[in-house]
Unconditional design. Structure first.
Ligand code: AP5
Ligand code: ZN
Length: 215
């Protein structure tokens, strides 16, 4: 199964992706995680994207499309994949269509902007795996440590309030139009199947809604 998770920054895409990928046996492909890994490793790509990420802008479409095309040729994508944070613009979505990469499901997780700012200020992540926590809503077993490896959790550079507001603005102008794009594609071609889940409630409640929307 090929799934796209749509939703604002902090809507819970990464959190829910973990459960979906386990349930359906598909890899999570997060362009944000891939870019952050490149920044951390200090590669050419990382150096190129660091500033735009830290200030809440979008990395160029060509660069992202290249990354995705290479990633989905890997063996673990044979049974499908889940895109988390991609596509993010109409040109990125059009590139998938042009490449003949059909998508089965597009799921939007909807959360209001005011909730997002509070969520992101409490977010902590395990950089090695991409596992996501929240100091109040989804705390690790030991404060500041990853549940699986025991390694340190970090706060993302782009989770400052000012940057979060910029990311939300970018989401509304550049990414939100994808909901209509996929509804139009679905009406014309019969695929992908589009669904929307309200993202307010406990992580478990939302997982249940997400899984039932995908089943
Ligand atoms: P990316 O990493 O994709 O960030 P994002 O879309 O802004 O989304 P987030 O990762 O911030 O949020 P999320 O929805 O995954 O929420 P999470 O589950 O962590 O992109 C980062 C940057 O990379 C971009 O700004 C851009 O520069 C670049 N980039 C990436 N992809 C690109 C592309 N395709 N094109 C161009 N540029 C690209 O949850 C958030 C917090 O809330 C956590 O603390 C979590 O524990 C908590 N939480 C989750 N669920 C709940 C709940 N139900 N109740 C309470 N708290 C909850
Ligand atoms: Zn994420």
């Amino acid at each position: 199964m090929r799934v796209i998770l749509l939703g604002a920054p902090g809507a819970g895409k990464g959190t829910q992706a973990q459960f979906i990928c386990e349930r359906f046996g598909i890899p999570q492909i997060s362009t944000g995680d891939m870019l952050r890994a490149a920044v951390k490793a200090g590669t050419e790509l990382g150096k190129q994207v660091k500033e735009v990420m830290d200030t809440g802008g979008l990395v160029s479409d060509d660069l992202i499309i290249g990354l995705i095309k290479e990633r989905i040729t890997q063996d673990d994508c044979a049974k499908g994949f889940l895109f988390d944070g991609f596509p993010r613009t109409i040109p990125q979505a059009e590139a998938l269509v042009e490449a003949g990469i059909d998508i089965d499901r597009v799921l939007e997780i909807a959360v209001a902007d005011e909730e997002i700012v509070a969520r992101l200020s409490g977010r902590r992540v395990h950089p090695g795996s991409g596992r996501v926590y929240h100091v109040d809503h989804n705390p690790p077993k030991v404060a500041g440590k990853d549940d699986v490896t025991g390694e340190d959790l970090i706060q993302r550079d782009d989770d400052k309030e000012e940057t979060v507001r910029k990311r939300l603005q970018v989401y509304h102008t550049q990414t939100k139009p994808l909901v209509e794009f996929y509804q139009g594609l679905s009406a014309a071609k019969g695929t992908p199947k589009c669904a929307k889940v309200e993202g307010i409630g406990s992580v478990e409640e939302i997982t249940a809604k997400v899984i039932s929307a995908l089943d």
